[in-house]
Write a protein that binds this ligand. Structure first.
Ligand code: S3P
Length: 446
């Protein structure tokens, strides 16, 4: 029998320079939204660039349990045969693996249906806060039972008969905003959501591409409800750009290495996702951005060329945080390699991501000999540090973005750096190690 063994340990070697060009895999946030809506549309949607990662394929498995039919297509995408807004009652709980986006957005969407569904996930997902979606969805009329410990999943959704609400969000979260927006499509009346700060707007874009009525006025988003029948949803084709959150690892690895130069093609450049480019420029990075003339499905896309230099420290905080929240682990790496102090603040949301990222970043940097002070809402890092690879393997904390950030640090270390628990990289970046090797890095996996 063929073994299904997947390497979970990697040793990354110090690396002289990185060069070449690559296209990162599809955007994870957009893939989730398109995957969900295509699954309940009428007809077959062809999705080019859908992220073939465990989080996004796991979402498609869940949508299949609700009645959709999905197939990998030859052109590196998926064909999704939607249910035409009917959903089946699954026989058991749907396992959403590690994906907070899948759990929160699907809870919003399922709130529009009267079919009861239970959603669960891995240990990390079952420890992430879900009251933040339960509260507004309950006000709309859905019954959400949080059956896990301390307001966590597994959660049971019993929806239908929703009413529109006005909701002032207590935190900047695209997932909470999106859960409410998806439910709002099935409510009577206009739902209004007020954000404390701008967050990624892929749900707004995807709903607009489907011809649905979404209005945005500054920080206020209004969605016109269609009542229990839900909105008209017709299959269409989609083209998903590369994920800037995946490109971020190479942007930092190259920007901090004076001999390196790399081009990233076909990457999504939605202004609500590109705050990392501004931060890297403040740190002195040499970046050239070319927007493609033909934006894909309302989402700007283009090429980023980065070449290495000596980075300097900066302060990252305030309204830019939601627009680079997933890039903070790798920006902390940039801070460790930069001259002077880097301060990350206003980022307490990091404590409730796939791991407590403030703790996992600070523990990892400290173990590598970097001066790093943990704060309640961020950290202070002093660079440029000499990265000392410890003898013992470093843990990934089961967090894909920590694992990849450590891999980048390994390329700057004095000795080969071993990372344990790298399988989680599959949740967002299949092909990560091939890309590292393709650019000139060296890694052993076992
Ligand atoms: C996401 C929003 C962010 C981000 C997550 C994906 C999305 O979470 O961290 O990886 O797809 O909407 P929050 O909105 O909870 O901050």
């Amino acid at each position: 029998m063929l073994s299904m063994y997947k390497p979970d340990t990697a040793t990354v070697h110090p690396c002289g320079k990185l060069s070449g060009s690559l296209a990162v895999p599809g955007d994870k946030s957009i893939s989730h939204r398109v995957g969900m809506l295509a699954s309940i549309s009428a007809g077959i949607s062809r999705v080019q660039g859908y992220l073939n990662s465990s989080d996004c394929v796991g979402l498609l498995r869940a949508m299949e349990a609700l009645g959709a039919c999905t197939m990998r297509s030859k052109d590196d995408g998926f064909a999704i045969h939607g249910t035409g807004k009917k959903i089946l009652e699954p026989s058991g709980a749907l396992d959403l693996g590690n994906s907070g986006t899948a759990m929160r957005l699907l809870t919003g969407l399922l709130s529009g249906f009267s079919t009861p569904v239970t959603l669960s996930g891995d240990e990390s997902l079952r420890s992430r806060p879900m009251r933040r979606i339960e509260e507004p969805l309950r006000r709309m009329g859905a019954r959400i039972q949080l059956t896990g410990e301390r307001g966590c999943a597994p959660l049971r959704v019993n929806g239908g008969n929703l009413k529109a609400i006005e909701y002032e969000m207590p935190m900047a979260s695209a997932q909470v905003k999106s859960a409410i927006m998806l439910a709002a499509l099935f409510a009577k009346g206009t739902t209004t959501i007020i954000e404390p700060a701008p967050t990624r707007d892929h749900t707004e874009q995807v709903l607009r591409m489907l011809g649905l009525p979404v209005r945005v006025d500054g920080l206020t988003i209004s969605v016109e409800g269609f009542g229990p029948e839900g909105p008209p949803l017709k299959a269409r084709s989609w083209s998903i750009p590369g994920d800037i959150s995946s490109a971020a690892f190479w942007l930092v690895a190259v920007a901090a290495n004076r001999r390196s130069s790399v081009t990233i093609r076909g990457v999504g450049l939605n202004p609500r996702r590109t705050a990392i480019l501004g931060v890297l420029e403040r740190m002195g990075a040499k970046l050239k951005v070319h927007m493609d003339k033909n934006a894909r499905d309302g989402e700007p896309v283009g090429e980023v060329r980065v070449s290495g230099t000596r980075l300097k420290g900066t302060v990252i905080g305030g309204e830019e945080i939601p627009n680079l929240i997933d890039e903070i682990p790798i920006l902390a790496v940039a801070g460790a390699l930069a001259e002077g102090e880097t301060v990350i603040k206003d980022a307490a949301e990091l404590r409730v991501k796939e791991s407590d990222r403030i703790q996992s970043i600070c523990q990892s940097l400290t173990a590598l000999g970097v001066e790093c002070e943990e704060m309640e809402d961020g950290m202070r890092i002093v660079g440029p540090a000499t990265i000392h690879a410890p003898r013992k393997p470093l843990p990934s904390f089961g967090d894909h973005r920590i694992a990849m950030s450590l891999a980048v640090l390994g390329m700057f270390a004095d000795e080969p750096l071993t990372i344990r628990g790298v399988e989680c990289i599959e949740t967002s970046y299949p092909g990560f190690w091939d890309h590292l090797k393709g650019l000139g890095g060296h890694v052993e996996q076992y």
